[in-house]
Design a protein around this ligand. Structure first.
Ligand code: ADP
Ligand code: MG
Length: 736
């Protein structure tokens, strides 16, 4: 089935790292796609490649990877994150303990002049220790990049702090080097920069961890133990060992361990974790249950059908995870910028150095300090984190509300929609029509009309067929040469005579009749009218009413408040569709649309310049879902395998569409804020660091402040993305 493998990667910090890992993995034979999540520090590799090859390829470009298979591995990763957090804090403290007192002593005038070599060499040695302890990782990573002729965030940190230290050492060991200039060593600056950067990284890690909470919550839904009934006895087993076909016992308060069908007992089950539907659902033998849902009052036995990675819960987890790791168009654009960012910064630093040297006619401390500050202040990580963090939070949030967004592109598209096309049957309405009226013509009885209609519908899966079969109380007649005409009706022979059941267009393929008054009345009430006809005459009509879902009207009101134009699309006739549309507050109706024309209808709307969403139940609507800019497919709880949709709605409700759109908009706004912040920060910070304000105001940016600013810029981005976690779609009730 699924061939996606999930790996944890350590050592990635910026978009440059992401690009090089992805590129390396593309080159591995058997890899179809590789999608790195910087926020999560994981990669999902799709294809047949062996784990070892994947891990080796990642190691070759300088990072450590390992397979993430189960929840235990997941827990390991969390523990590792804790260790990394503590070690970053330690490094920050060590650097601070050396750097800050040195700075204070210097400012208070307690440090001797640079000609006191003994003292200054001791300080140089002490700060070298800090560089190695607190910056060793960065130097190593920078070196590994350099070997591959690449440059990343580590390169900037290593160059910046390394240059500060070397320059200071030169001042100490070669007295009189920059005669006449203010003599100032930057040992303490290098230490304080590392203190701040490590502190910033630690904060970032801490905040980043929260972004994956949606997934973690889903994983925790899966119980680890279950009770299997073997030879009449209850045996406790690991959920991982359950086979399909096992009979499992679920007691009150237990979580359902795998997907299956109830064989004995009754209960109510809270499925809100999967569907977002808050009301518990009654379950009896024959009903299906899903892994992760919560059994409430009753006790029951069920047969395991889908286990392991095949349960709906596992599929949801992998869908959300894949989506979180994917990048929207806006993110790919940023990645391209970020890739050239570091080389560009190095070039700016060199130019800064040359410019100041040229102005002074010799190498001066200003040239050194400014070029070093440029290296320190530039922050590619803020750029690299801006998109993926918000995507992770946004897609996780949408999942909490019952919308599984397939990828970052779908999220970006959903944020820019202006037109929503809603399928009528099963989307706006419940899709459970009931027969309300039967009219018989000639000498046929009403019961016979229903009996004939039900007999014709035996072989059909259509909701209308179910309604007619439910309304029938007579014995079904034998039928021959059954045929279903998609979007029209069904036909078959009964006792050698051919009958049709369907809409007016369908019976008029052989007849030539007008809609009778009874039909017009039913249609104006929003009922779907089915015509039963032989090849010669109309035998009867059946009116079936399909109730609008309880929240359709309020959801549509919300969509309109979001600025959407909402349309109803249906194969049903105009009058019926108009009646339903009026009930739920839609004013544009596209009726009598054959299943094959639904996609063309969407395309036509797109050619008017609209960004169109299609919401359907995913069966006959598949081509339209694909054609739409964003396709929303209704799925009832456990069936997540909706291939054609960009967004799968786990609950049959248009409200989820409104939720998903609101969340997408909030996520896109968040991404734009992050990017704006990161770009502004870098475009203002770099020139200031280069000393642009010096000729005008006589001030230079202190490299330590640059270090602090750089550390805080990525913390700011991550924190801003985390604000999204608090986002709540407007409740439809609140809009009344
Ligand atoms: P929708 O677009 O509302 O989901 P369909 O495209 O499935 O509807 O069907 C359009 C119309 O075709 C129905 O309103 C009905 O009149 C007719 N029809 C389709 N299938 C059947 C069937 N099995 N029995 C009777 N009528 C049918
Ligand atoms: Mg439909």
């Amino acid at each position: 089935m699924s061939t996606a493998h999930h790996y944890a990667i350590t050592g990635m910090h910026c978009a440059g790292c992401v690009a090089s890992v992805e590129r390396a993995l593309q080159a591995v034979p058997g890899v179809n796609t590789a999608s790195v999540s910087l926020a999560d520090e994981t990669v999902i590799v799709d294809g047949q490649a062996a784990n070892d090859d994947v891990i080796q390829a990642i190691a070759d470009v300088g990072y450590q990877a390992r397979v993430l298979a189960s929840e235990e591995d997941e827990a390991d990763k969390l523990r590792e994150d804790d260790d990394r957090y503590r070690s970053m804090i330690r490094r920050s403290i060590v650097a601070g303990v050396v750097g800050f007192p040195l700075m204070a002593l210097g400012m208070a005038g307690y440090l001797p002049g640079l000609d006191n070599q003994t003292v200054w060499l001791a300080i140089a040695a002490l700060s070298l220790g800090v560089l190695i302890y607190s910056g060793g990782d960065a130097y190593l990573a920078a070196w590994q990049s350099a070997k591959r002729l690449r440059a990343d965030m580590h390169t900037l940190i290593a160059l910046g702090t390394g240059a500060a230290w070397l320059f200071s050492l030169m001042l100490v060991v070669i007295p009189g080097l920059f005669e006449g200039m203010s003599q100032h060593a930057y040992f303490e600056a290098a230490a304080i920069i590392l203190c701040l950067i490590n502190f910033g990284n630690a904060l970032e890690l801490k905040v980043k961890r929260n972004t994956g909470e949606a997934i973690r919550r889903l994983i925790l839904l899966q119980p680890s133990k279950a009770t299997v009934v073997r030879d009449g006895e209850d045996v406790e087993v690991d959920v991982a060992d359950i086979q399909s076909g096992d009979v499992l016992r679920v007691r009150p308060g237990d979580r359902v361990p795998v997907d299956g069908e109830i064989t004995k007992g009754e209960s109510t089950i809270d499925e809100s974790m999967l569907t977002g539907e808050s009301l518990p659902v009654d379950k009896a033998p024959g009903d299906t249950v899903s892994a992760g849902t919560m059994n409430q009052s009753g006790s029951f036995l069920f047969v395991a059908e889908r286990v392991g990675s095949e349960t709906a819960l596992s599929q949801i987890i992998s869908l959300v995870r894949n989506a979180q790791a994917s990048k929207p168009a806006i993110g790919r654009m940023v990645d391209r910028v970020a890739e050239v960012f570091v080389p560009a910064v190095i070039a700016v630093a060199v130019m800064t150095f040359l410019a100041w040297t040229w102005v002074a006619g010799e190498i001066t401390p200003i040239a050194i300090v400014t070029s070093m500050t440029v290296l320190i202040i530039a922050c590619p990580c803020a750029l690299g984190l801006a998109t993926p963090i918000s995507i992770t939070v946004g897609i996780g949030k949408a999942a909490e509300y019952g919308a599984l967004i397939r990828n970052g592109d779908a999220l970006q598209q959903a944020a820019t929609l202006d037109t929503i096309v809603l399928d009528k049957t099963g989307t706006v309405t419940r899709g459970e029509p009931e027969v309300n009226a039967v009219v018989a013509f000639g000498d046929t009885s009403q019961d016979a009309v229903v009996q004939f209609a039900a007999s014709l519908e035996q072989g059909s899966e259509h909701p209308l067929a179910r309604a007619i079969l439910a309304a029938n109380s007579s014995a079904l007649l034998d039928v021959d040469s059954f045929e279903a005409a998609n979007g029209l009706g069904v036909t078959a022979q009964i006792e050698g005579q051919r009958y049709r059941l369907g809409n007016l267009k369908f019976v008029n393929q052989t007849l030539n009749i007008e809609a009778p008054d009874e039909a017009l009345t039913l249609e104006s009430q929003g009922q779907t009218v089915l015509y039963l006809a032989s090849d010669e005459k109309l035998v009867g009509i059946i009116g079936a009413a399909d109730q609008a879902r309880d929240d359709s009207a309020s959801a549509i009101r919300r969509l309109r408040q979001l600025g959407m134009e909402v349309m109803l699309l249906t194969g049903d006739n105009q009058a019926t569709a108009d009646a339903i549309a009026a009930e739920v507050g839609i004013d544009r109706v596209l009726a009598n649309v054959m299943p094959g024309d639904k996609a063309a209808t969407i395309e036509k709307l797109q050619s008017e310049g609209r960004k169109v969403a299609m919401v359907g139940d995913g069966i006959n609507d598949a081509p339209a879902l694909v054609q739409a800019d964003v396709g929303f497919a209704m799925s009832m709880g456990s069936d997540v395998a909706i291939e054609s949709a960009d967004v799968t709605l786990m609950r049959g409700s248009v409200s989820v569409v409104a939720d998903a759109i609101e969340i997408s908009r909030a996520a896109l706004t968040n991404i734009k804020q992050n990017l704006f912040g990161a770009f502004i920060y870098n475009t203002l910070g770099i020139p200031v660091a280069a000393g642009i304000a010096y000729p005008l105001l006589g001030v230079l940016l202190n490299p330590m402040i640059a270090g602090g600013a750089m550390a805080m810029s990525s913390v700011t981005v991550v924190s801003n993305a985390n604000r999204l976690r608090l986002f709540k779609p407007t409740a439809s009730q609140a809009l009344d």
